[in-house]
Design a protein around this ligand. Sequence first.
Ligand SMILES: N[C@@H](CCC(=O)N[C@@H](CS)C(=O)NCC(=O)O)C(=O)O
Length: 224
Amino acid sequence: MTAANRIHYKGRRRPTMTITFYYAPQSSAGRIRISLAELGVPHEAVRVDLRAGDQRKPEFLALNPNGQVPTLVIDGTPMFESVAIQIALGERYGVQKGLWPAPGSPEQLMALTWLVWGQVNVTSALYRYMKNTSEWFPKEQQDAKQAEAALNEVRGLLRILDSRLDGRPYVTGERCTLADLDLASVLGWGLSMTKIDTSDLKNLKGWLGRVMERPAVKAAMVDD
Ligand SMILES: N[C@@H](CCC(=O)N[C@@H](CS)C(=O)NCC(=O)O)C(=O)O
């Protein structure tokens, strides 16, 4: 795009974006569904039937070559990877709604840190644990040693999160941000599925309750 045909919105309202959200119930798309609900972002939701293989159809692969949900199309531009989507939503809608810290603030650096930390570490360790223990995955591919290693990893990460929440209601401080919503949506679901014991962690339960009890979060958790 050249400077001549770039549209400048200085002093004018930005036009409304057209957003299409591709999701599946009980999937990683849940975290984006929660953010869209909390931010009150108008969008069209399209259910992808993963069992029927809709995610492998050419028209879906053209949007997300990984064949996965969540996928978000913003004004014709497809986005995938939930952490990238969270950041885009935070920047565009979150600052105004108080759910994403202002650009350049120390809180934003913290929100980015804990959001990515959750995705890179917690989500992958939890997934590895489930893969080696849950009935959703083939029994013959499960390995008790790998399950134990993943469980130790999850426990270590939960201890880090628990100490972060010592004296702080939310990971960046006083305000709930998309980083809390993202982490809590993964842990709320993952801990209830795996029944990992967290009774020794004194801050985790209160924080999880505070985030999951938010009306928009509760509404978004209802699957259709
Ligand atoms: N790293 C991706 C992971 C997305 C992902 O794993 N999606 C799963 C559902 S939880 C999926 O769409 N799987 C499609 C399939 O199983 O074919 C993200 O965070 O967005």
